[in-house]
Design a protein around this ligand. Sequence first.
Ligand SMILES: O=C(CO)COP(=O)(O)O
Length: 258
Amino acid sequence: MSDRMPLMAGNWKMNLNHLEAIAHVQKLAFGLADKDYEAVEVAVLPPFTDLRSVQTLVDGDKLKIKYGAQDISAHDSGAYTGEISGPMLAKLRCAYAVVGHSERRQYHDETDELCNAKVKAAFRNDLTPILCVGEGLDVRKAGNQVAHTLAQVDGGLRDVPAEQAETIVIAYEPVWAIGTGEVATPEDAQEVCGAIRGRLAELYGQEVADKVRIQYGGSVKSGNVAAIMAKPDVDGALIGGASLDADEFVKIVRFRDQ
Ligand SMILES: O=C(CO)COP(=O)(O)O
């Protein structure tokens, strides 16, 4: 049993406008009790346009829900039309910034090099990066999931010092399990999450590796979360579809009761 605090984070993807976001976070706040936050860190990752509304609600009602962005620019300011910078996210008191989600790697051609620059941008602005890694179906079928995923970890962490690396969150999200209902088995999740921790130990030493939280993501629901969380190197989940249903997300946060 590790003393790492589990992190349950809802990645809303491109869903919920700012009014819907307010209603949704209110429902979560209503459903969650103080004791839930003592056992689990709870975060939401709304679209950029919702962040100000979520911040206002969290501040006004002193909610314990954390929040963050789904992406971050590699640059802190300047002529980068359409991008959102780390200083802007920090000003909204975001705790997290997702980096290198498979949908961004796939649809926006994000490379490990760009992800590395975004990880550094997050740290530079006191945001915790949630670095997403994971293999597609072809790689899994060829049995290369560990090597593929560790290469993404190496790429994302290039030249990141230990004192920053120990605070990163890494989300292992096998692409074939995202939004497909095809959840990886707890053993599949452990195999790769354990290998990620092993690589962190090689890069930074065991003490740092033991501090890093590694999430699993891909078709997580209240019905399968407990078995995945029972694995020693899984410290939380990154939840897409199921996080849009407040009751379901609360049940996932309460995975120990499932
Ligand atoms: O991509 C994901 C979270 O970042 C997972 O999405 P689903 O939970 O909808 O499979």
